[in-house]
Design a protein around this ligand. Structure first.
Ligand SMILES: Cc1ncc(C[n+]2csc(CCOP(=O)(O)OP(=O)(O)O)c2C)c(N)n1
Length: 550
C-alpha cells in the first residue's frame, strides 16, 4: 500500500502523456486489474471520466469520440472478461480507420503466461485486428508506450492500439517523461506528380473523384469542395461517408455503398478517370472490388492515401501518391477555375440526375404499422443544420443512407464495420463532445438492446439526444436476407420485445410511442425541442432486403 497516492508513478507517466497529447476524456468500466491506473486518474481533473455499463458501450463511445476529435478515443477495461466485451470496438476502429487506444489491466507480471485467473495473451487475441499491441513489463515503459500508442493510432491509416498493463507495474515509482507529439509535417506531392495529375485532370472528359474518410478532418471538406468546384469534377463519397460533401451540390454524385442501383454503377463505370482520394477503396466502396475493375482499372486511375500499404493495395494505379489527400486537394486548387468544357458539364449533370432519381423520397405505401422511411423523411425536414445523426446497424438505417440529404455541419456517425450496438453509445459520445448540437440516435429493437443501457449517461448529464427506436419486432435485416436466400423460412429473427417507452421512462427520460404515420411530425417536434434526452418508439413495419451486409 506504500505506493498509493504517489503522483509520480508509472500510471501517472502514462496519463500525463495522454493528457499532454490532447486526450481529455476516457471511457471505462472499472476492474480490479487496473486499480492503480484508475486511482492515478484522480490527479488528472483535465481528463473527463465517463463510467459505462458495458465495455462494448465504452469502446463504441471511444470510437465515436476518436472519429469526432481525430485524437485517439481511449477506453479502459479490466482483463479477460472486460477485454473480450470491449473487443468489438477494436474491430470497429480498424474497419472504420478510427484512432483508438484500449488500455487493459493485466494479471501480475509474475503470473504472465501461466493461464492465471482472467489472463489473456492480448498479442494473440488482437494481433490481426490492432495496429499495435504492447504489454508493459517494466514501469519505466508506460510513458513511452502511451506516446507510441498515440502516434501509431493516429498516423498512416488511423486505427486501434491495445496497451496491456500488468497490475503490479501501474503504481511503481517512474520518471515522468515529456513525450509530446508535434503536428505532422504534411506529406505533399512532388511538383512532378502535381504536374502529372493536372495534365490527367485537364485531359479527362469524364473524371470522377471518389473521396474517403481522410477528408473527415478540420478543413478537409472545404478542400474537397474547392477541388471539385475548381476542376468541375463530380464527387462520389466512399461507404457511409455521406457527410463529406454537400449532398445538395450539383457536383455530388452519391455514395458508393451497399445498395447502388445498376444504372448508377453503369454511369460511374463510364468515367474515364477515377481519382480516389483519401479512401482505402475497400470491399463495399469498390462494390466487391469491381469498381474500379481488378487488377487494372479500365479508366485512368489515380490513388492518393497517406499510407503506402493502401495505395495500390488492390488496384494498380496509373499514378499512386502516398501523401496527405487534403494537402493534395489544396495543391490542385487553381487560382482561376479552368473553363468548364461542355462535355465535362454534361458528365456531371448525368451523374447528378442519376443521384437525384435515387435520392428522391419514394411514395409511402399504406399498410399496417409505420413505414420507417416516413420517420426519416420527417426528420430530414426538421433536423437542425448542425444535427449529428448516429446510426446503429439494421434495415431502419437504409433510408438515412439513401435519402437523408446531409450538408455539413450535419454529421453522419455510422459504423463502417456494421457493428450492432454502436448507435446509442456513439450518440452519447457525440453529445458529450458537442453539447450544444442536437444529436439524433436511430436504433433498431435489436441493436438498441445490445448497448441501450448506455443512454443512462444522457440522463445523468442531461444530454440533448433524441433517441428514435424502430420496433419491427425483428432482427429485420437478417430476416430480409432469409427472405431472399431461404424464402419463407424464418428462424431466430423474430423478437419478443419489452415495453421500450417504459424502459426509457425508468431511465429518467420523457418517452412516447408512435403507432401511426399521423403521429410522426408532432412526436419529432417534441423530441427535437426537448432540452434533454427524449425517446420515441416507432411501431414500424418490416422492410425489404438490403443487397448484402446490413
Ligand atoms: C454485433 C452484431 N451482431 C450481429 C450482426 C448481424 N446483424 C446485422 S443487422 C442485424 C439485425 C438488426 O436488427 P434491428 O436492430 O432490430 O434492426 P432492423 O434490421 O430490424 O431494422 C443483425 C443481427 C451485426 N451486424 N453486429
Amino acid at each position: 500500500m506504500t505506493n498509493l497516492h504517489k503522483p509520480h508513478t508509472s500510471a501517472h507517466a502514462l496519463l500525463s502523456v495522454f493528457a499532454h497529447n490532447g486526450i481529455d476524456r476516457v471511457f471505462l468500466v472499472p476492474g480490479e486489474s487496473y486499480l492503480g491506473l484508475l486511482d492515478a486518474l484522480n490527479e488528472f481533473p483535465e481528463i473527463d471520466v465517463i463510467t459505462c455499463r458495458h465495455e462494448a458501450g465504452a469502446g463504441f463511445m471511444a470510437c465515436a469520440d476518436g472519429r469526432l476529435t481525430r485524437r485517439p478515443g481511449v477506453f479502459l477495461v479490466s482483463r479477460g472478461p472486460g477485454a473480450t466485451n470491449g473487443s468489438i470496438a477494436v474491430h470497429t476502429a480498424q474497419q472504420d480507420a478510427i484512432p483508438l487506444i484500449l488500455v487493459v489491466g493485466q494479471v501480475p507480471k509474475s503470473d504472465l503466461r501461466r493461464q492465471a485467473f482472467q489472463e489473456i495473451d492480448y498479442q494473440k487475441m488482437f494481433g490481426s485486428v490492432a495496429k499495435w499491441v504492447a504489454e508493459a513489463t517494466d514501469p519505466s515503459q508506460l510513458g513511452e508506450a502511451a506516446f507510441k500508442a498515440v502516434r501509431v493510432a493516429t498516423s498512416g491509416t488511423p486505427g486501434p492500439v491495445v496497451l496491456v498493463i500488468p497490475e503490479d507495474v501501474q503504481q511503481q515509482e517512474a520518471v515522468q517523461p515529456q513525450w509530446i507529439a508535434h503536428d505532422d509535417v504534411a506529406t505533399t506531392a512532388t511538383p512532378d506528380a502535381l504536374r502529372e495529375i493536372r495534365g490527367l485532370l485537364d485531359k479527362a472528359e469524364r473524371p470522377l473523384i471518389v473521396a474517403g474518410g481522410a477528408f473527415d478532418v478540420p478543413q478537409g471538406r472545404d478542400a474537397l469542395l474547392a477541388l471539385a468546384q475548381s476542376w468541375h469534377i463530380p464527387v462520389a463519397v466512399s461507404f457511409r461517408r455521406q457527410d463529406l460533401f454537400p449532398n445538395d451540390h450539383a457536383l455530388y454524385a452519391g455514395d458508393l455503398g451497399l445498395a447502388n442501383p445498376a444504372r448508377q454503377m453503369e454511369a460511374f463505370h463510364a468515367a474515364d478517370l477515377i481519382f480516389a482520394l483519401g479512401t482505402r477503396l475497400g470491399d463495399i466502396t469498390s462494390q466487391g472490388y469491381t469498381f474500379p475493375r481488378l487488377p487494372r482499372p479500365e479508366q485512368i486511375f489515380v490513388h492518393c492515401y497517406a499510407d503506402a500499404g493502401v495505395v495500390g493495395q488492390h488496384f494498380a494505379p496509373d499514378l499512386g501518391l502516398v501523401c496527405n489527400p487534403v494537402a493534395l486537394a489544396r495543391d490542385l486548387i487553381r487560382e482561376h477555375a479552368p473553363s468548364v468544357r461542355p462535355h465535362r458539364r454534361d458528365w456531371a449533370a448525368r451523374l447528378r440526375v442519376c443521384f437525384e432519381q435515387i435520392a428522391a423520397w419514394p411514395p409511402s405505401v399504406p399498410g399496417e404499422r409505420v413505414d420507417f422511411i416516413e420517420v426519416v423523411r420527417a426528420l430530414a425536414q426538421r433536423a437542425a443544420l448542425d444535427a449529428i445523426v448516429c446510426l446503429d446497424a439494421g434495415t431502419f438505417a437504409a433510408p438515412v443512407y439513401r435519402h437523408f440529404p446531409f450538408v455539413y455541419p450535419q454529421r453522419l456517425m455510422a459504423p463502417l464495420s456494421g457493428a450492432m450496438g454502436y448507435g446509442t453509445p456513439a450518440a452519447v459520445a457525440s453529445a458529450l463532445r458537442f453539447p450544444r448540437q442536437k444529436v439524433i440516435a436511430l436504433v433498431g429493437d435489436g441493436s438498441f438492446m445490445m448497448t441501450g443501457n448506455e443512454m443512462i449517461a444522457a440522463v445523468a448529464r442531461k444530454l440533448p439526444i433524441l433517441f428514435i427506436l424502430s420496433n419491427n419486432q425483428s432482427y429485420g435485416s437478417i430476416r430480409a436476407h432469409q427472405d431472399r436466400d431461404y424464402p419463407g423460412r424464418h428462424l431466430g429473427t423474430d423478437l419478443f420485445n419489452p415495453d421500450f417507452t417504459a424502459i426509457a421512462r425508468a431511465f429518467g427520460m420523457q418517452a412516447e410511442q408512435v403507432s401511426q404515420a399521423s403521429q410522426i411530425d408532432a412526436a419529432l417536434d417534441r423530441g427535437l425541442d426537448a432540452d434533454g434526452p427524449y425517446f420515441i418508439e416507432v411501431l414500424s413495419r418490416l422492410s425489404g432486403a438490403p443487397p448484402r451486409g446490413d
